[in-house]
Design a protein around this ligand. Structure first.
Ligand code: UDP
Length: 241
């Protein structure tokens, strides 16, 4: 079931349901697309109709972050839970390690995807990573060909929004891949370049504060979150009047 939050049709799923759905999608003949909008991306989509359209057309739309969950609540259309992209990616690797299914990592600065791959193979024995490529390339053609040559079951596309969505939709027709997932800075997280917040902060919905203290340059982007909430409140008041 889909739940509309500020124009984006989110899948109303628990993490387990999201993973079940991903397993079904990767068996389809054509590549499926998964997106993981957080509140910052939600705000960007309100300003960028192309991004909004792509998010709407994705096969799996996961509510990544406390801001999206809160927006749903305030609008009276709550989603079941937050399904963070990086946790979804971890869940997929855990389920698929040792099954023969293959992963390709695309994105982040040179070397990051390689480090992530090494660490993840240790963490999930039997994980089959068939290729990696950094996210700073001039021409997309050779990258698309390189991925298709490996025909991965799962492709992590970590180029940040809206680049990763544009890449997935632009090449959907030619890319040989089961499920493509746009996952932002997840490879940095897996490589250990960006640490996640302590568990208690994640539990208290304070991961944004941790990231802000660690990377103060995120302030501009994060100010989008209260802007989203203001718009949500505006819509709610109008809806009730
Ligand atoms: N990135 C990339 N190619 C680009 C621009 C960005 O591979 O041309 C990577 C960047 O190195 C980072 C990720 O995309 O790993 C974006 O991370 P960010 O935390 O900004 O994304 P978010 O998850 O917050 O959307």
């Amino acid at each position: 079931m889909k739940i509309d939050i500020m124009g984006i049709p989110f899948d109303n799923v628990t993490m387990e349901e999201a993973l079940d759905r991903a397993m079904e999608l990767m068996e389809r003949p054509e590549p499926a697309i998964c997106v993981t909008p957080n509140a910052e991306i939600l705000y960007e989509a309100m300003e960028n109709p192309e991004l909004m359209q792509m998010l709407g057309e994705a096969d799996l739309v996961l509510p990544d972050g406390a801001g999206v969950v809160l927006s749903g609540k305030l609008l009276g259309t709550p989603v079941k839970q937050k399904v963070a992209g990086i946790e979804f990616a971890s869940g997929l690797m855990e389920r698929l390690a040792g099954t023969g299914k293959t992963f390709f990592f695309l994105g982040s600065k040179p070397g990051v995807a390689d480090t992530a791959a090494e660490k993840l193979k240790e963490k999930y024995p039997g994980l089959n990573i068939c290729g990696v490529h950094d996210g700073y390339f001039q021409e997309e053609g050779p990258v698309v060909e390189g991925i298709s040559a490996m025909a991965p079951d799962v492709l992590f596309v970590c180029l940040g929004a809206p680049k990763q969505e544009q890449f997935m939709f632009r090449h959907r027709g030619e890319l040989q891949a089961g499920l493509m997932a746009g996952l932002g800075g997840s490879l940095d997280g897996f490589a250990g370049n960006v640490k996640r917040a302590p568990r208690w902060m994640i539990r208290c919905n304070l991961e944004w504060l941790y990231r802000l203290v660690k990377e103060p340059k995120r302030l501009g982007r994060m100010l989008r979150i209260p802007k989203v909430l203001l718009r949500v409140m505006g819509r709610r008041l109008r809806g009730k009047s």
